[in-house]
Design a binder for this molecule. Structure first.
Ligand code: SAM
Length: 313
């Protein structure tokens, strides 16, 4: 069976972006091109999309699958943290919409050579861009127990972080913990699922934490949100789909700060920071998937969507 990737909250995203003919949009997380395809269809005949992905395999796949849109779709294999330079260079200096659908795609999860899923027998890599940074296997092989535990705690909110980290250090002295399958087994042995939580694999938080660390996902998110402020024209809309609380917290705080503008301490009688509101929230904050959506697209189970509109300074 061919693996597919159904776009999450597709109707909701399209309602917010409302792409019109002639509009310019940036899809910072191209993945399987699901959202991009919808945007291109809705903005026919001449709306354009710049699609970015750190993963060259995503770019190749979408280039072929969406070839029918011709030069209305511009693709770049780039990290979205660099969108502030990549987009203007591609002719997208001022845009009507910018979309972030964070995390990994079904294609990446299904590719056993990438090490994202628990059952992957290949190397424990987890990089979105396999040519950049260090693979997860290197962190697992070289960091001491305290540093590993810090990653599991900070990015996975894993309560048994130190116990798991110590088990890894112990087990890797016997045989390398360099496949996803082996890491999942080590974690499961060190911290088995509590009764009643057997549906969630006990290594879920550890895998999330390593992936976030390997790709510096939170740093990339902060950078792209800041860059979006210069790219969106007044009336342009930002839509972010996040899948765990660490990401959602960053987006929520960012939108709150940009709605407020001034960041002076409340005890100051007058504003000295000179910052003005640059965003207004659009729609409920956050939007979550309806039960029917979760049934038809399980990836949407944990999604939180936040949307905002750029306002003239
Ligand atoms: C959830 S998928 C996007 C799915 C897409 N919206 C669709 O409908 O097919 C997320 C994609 O973002 C990419 N990605 C994650 N972090 C990135 C980053 N910092 N820069 C560029 N792409 C990134 C991943 O490689 C993955 O392909």
């Amino acid at each position: 069976m061919e693996v597919g990737h159904l776009p999450v909250l597709a109707e909701e995203v399209m309602t917010i972006l409302s792409p019109r003919p002639g509009s310019l949009q940036i899809d910072c997380t191209l993945g399987g091109g699901g959202h991009t395809e919808r945007i291109l269809e809705a903005s026919s005949p001449n709306g354009r999309v710049l699609g970015l992905d750190a993963d060259p395999a995503a770019i190749d796949r979408v280039r072929e699958r969406l070839a029918r849109f011709g030069d209305r779709l511009v693709l770049r294999n780039a990290d979205f943290r660099d969108v502030g330079t990549v987009a203007p260079a591609a002719g997208f200096a001022r845009v009507d919409g910018l979309l972030l659908d964070l995390g990994l795609s079904s294609f990446q999860l299904a590719d056993t050579e990438r090490g994202f899923g628990f059952r992957a027998g290949g190397r424990l890599d987890m990089r979105f861009d396999p040519a950049r940074g260090v693979p997860a296997s290197e962190l697992v092989a070289t960091l001491d127990a305290a540093a590993l535990a810090d990653i599991f705690r900070r990015y996975g909110e894993e309560p048994r972080a130190l116990r798991i980290a110590r088990a890894i250090v112990r087990d890797r002295a016997i045989a390398p913990v360099d496949t996803a399958e082996r890491l999942a087994a080590v974690v499961e042995r060190a911290a088995p699922a509590a009764p009643g939580r057997r549906r969630v694999h006990p290594a879920t938080r550890v895998f999330q934490a390593l992936r976030i660390a390997v790709n510096d996902e939170l740093g990339a998110l902060e950078a792209v949100l800041a860059a979006a402020m210069d790219l969106l024209q007044p009336g342009g809309r930002l839509v972010v789909l996040s899948y765990h609380s660490l990401e959602d917290r960053i987006v929520k705080r960012f939108v709150a700060t940009e709605r407020k503008g001034c960041i002076c301490p409340p005890e100051l009688p007058v504003c000295v920071c000179g910052r003005v509101p640059r965003l207004r929230a659009v729609g409920p904050q956050p939007v979550m998937a309806a039960p029917d959506d979760v049934t038809s697209n399980p990836r949407s189970r944990s999604v939180r969507m936040r949307a905002a509109e750029r306002i003239a300074a």
